[in-house]
Design a protein around this ligand. Structure first.
Ligand code: 4AD
Ligand code: MG
Length: 475
């Protein structure tokens, strides 16, 4: 069996081919448009009705699974160079035209989200998921080429890496007869075989242990956040890429993050030309339907090149606050992007202003106030800021969050004490500062946000096969 992509690119005319796939359309009782997922292009397969009985022809409906065998010939029709003159036809599975949801017409994204198991049979989703696959491969390629080891962080863990309390509890309790305390309340106690555990929010802490032995490692796996955000940028289950490097300070960390993002985008520009051209066109059509003021004015491929072809702008948090304070007041004499004071967390409107209006390029913000960042970040000598960095992308907002880690045992212990984090819970993490500690850094990149950027898809639910959000865990 040959894939349609290779038939179209390299099979000689008059060769015998055998292809399996799903019917996209069947026209004039004669022309099957067959798709096998290897390319956007359908293979035209011509059936001569004299050679096939009516009952067979009636089963060739949109969505049916077929194998055709025949001769590859030059096509007389417009729209394709070659076609298959079918000599044998095998129908594996029918698709009832009355009930098959993916008919050859434009479906809304909302409708397709309800059909997550079938939406992949549309060109848009097939293109997005092929780009997603290539991006994942590009990630592994980049790290392998740069001397990193792929490390698998645990999914079930006892620690809250971000200290934000947004965890899904893992429980072995019987939901029907859970143990109860004297007042009758469910006693979750220590419920995973005697230990309180949750699904990981980040593999960072474990990656630090591995970096402090293997030098440079990365994890790339599912992570979970029990945050009730219904936005086009948040999922309850998402994939995160987390490199962690011994002997890297914050500057080296930023250099790596920038190079990494640029290289993986170059990778898809090189390997996904056909799908990106399709998604570029799709975005252009979508933009045309938007009011002028909301249009980005840049095509998808142009946007990708824009990111790969120039350095990201590096700005401290303090400088960013100044820029926001000086943002032009609007007609009501109010600051357009008001920010309370130094120390406040940036809202997405602030991030968008910096990236899309002020700098008009990807921005790396660093040296944030310690109070708004996680416990493990390296305190600067000013005693107020930490060596954190976030990368902000146009149209996406935060795509990367990272930092240099606090490597000094006493400073880390003091910080944990301030925040009420029990040393017993993280004894092993503190051990890393007791035995052979060193400067080290890392970051986390939300894979779906990267796929969103690379494909131009507006909603994060459309770049992961089966999205998990507060309303949706059906599939
Ligand atoms: O900024 P975050 O929370 O950082 C960490 O978890 C660090 N431990 C990473 C590290 O240093 N190893 O998350 C990192 C990135 C964000 O910048 C964002 O791209 C993505 O993960 N992210 C989400 N993506 C989709 N849905 C969510 N709910 C996300 N939360 C974070
Ligand atoms: Mg963050």
């Amino acid at each position: 069996m040959t894939r349609i992509r290779s038939i179209l690119s390299e099979a000689p005319l008059l060769s015998e081919v055998s292809v399996s796939g799903w019917v996209r359309t069947f026209r004039s009782n004669r022309f099957i448009a067959l798709n096998d997922g290897s390319t956007l292009e359908n293979l035209q397969c011509v059936v001569d009705f004299e050679n096939f009985d009516e009952a067979t022809l009636r089963r060739i409906n949109t969505g049916a699974a077929l194998t055709v065998r025949g001769t590859l010939v030059e096509s007389q029709g417009r729209g394709q160079k070659v076609e298959v003159q079918v000599s044998q036809l095998e129908i594996h599975g029918d698709a009832d035209p009355e009930s098959y949801p993916i008919q050859p017409k434009k479906h809304s994204m909302e409708f397709l989200r309800e059909q997550a198991h079938l939406r992949i049979r549309t060109n848009t989703f097939a293109a997005v998921m092929r780009v997603r696959s290539a991006l994942a491969f590009g990630v592994h390629e980049y790290f392998t080429r740069n001397g990193f080891y792929y490390f698998h962080a645990p999914i079930i863990t006892g620690s809250d890496a971000e200290g934000a309390g947004e965890m899904f509890r893992v429980s072995t309790l019987d939901p029907l007869t859970p143990p109860r305390d004297e007042s009758g309340n469910v006693d979750f106690g220590e419920d995973f075989f005697g230990k309180e555990t949750n699904l990981t929010v980040s593999g960072q802490l474990e990656a630090e242990a591995y970096a402090m032995a293997l030098g440079k490692v990365y994890t790339f796996g599912p992570t979970f956040r029990a945050e009730n955000s219904n936005t086009s940028r948040h999922l309850a289950e998402f994939w995160m890429i987390e490199p962690e490097m011994a002997f890297y300070d914050l500057d080296a960390n930023m250099d790596l993050a920038e190079d990494f993002i640029q290289e993986v985008i170059r990778y898809v520009l090189k390997h996904c030309e056909e799908d990106l051209a399709f998604l570029d066109k799709r975005l252009e059509d979508e933009e045309k339907r938007k009011p002028q003021a909301e249009r980005s004015g840049m095509g998808l491929i142009e946007k990708l090149r824009f990111v790969t072809d120039q350095p990201f702008k590096r700005v401290t948090y303090t400088e960013a606050i100044e820029i926001l304070r000086n943002s032009k007041p609007n007609k009501k004499k109010k600051f357009q992007y008001p920010i309370d004071a130094w120390g406040a967390d940036l809202q997405s409107e602030h991030e968008r202003y910096l990236v899309e209006k002020h700098f008009q390029c990807p921005v790396i913000l660093f040296n944030y106030p310690a109070e708004i960042k996680a416990f493990y970040m390296r305190l600067n000598d000013d005693g107020k800021t930490v060596r954190a960095m976030d990368i902000l992308f146009p149209g996406i907002g935060e795509i990367v969050g990272g930092s240099q880690r606090e490597e000094r045992l006493d400073v880390l212990q003091e910080k944990m004490q301030q925040l009420g984090i029990d040393e017993k819970e993280l004894w092993w993490y503190l051990d890393l500062r007791r035995f052979g500690t060193a400067v080290h850094s890392g970051f986390g990149l939300g894979f779906e946000r990267l796929v969103q950027f690379a494909t131009g898809m507006g909603n994060i639910r459309d770049v992961i096969p089966f999205p998990r959000t507060p309303q949706n865990a059906e599939f």
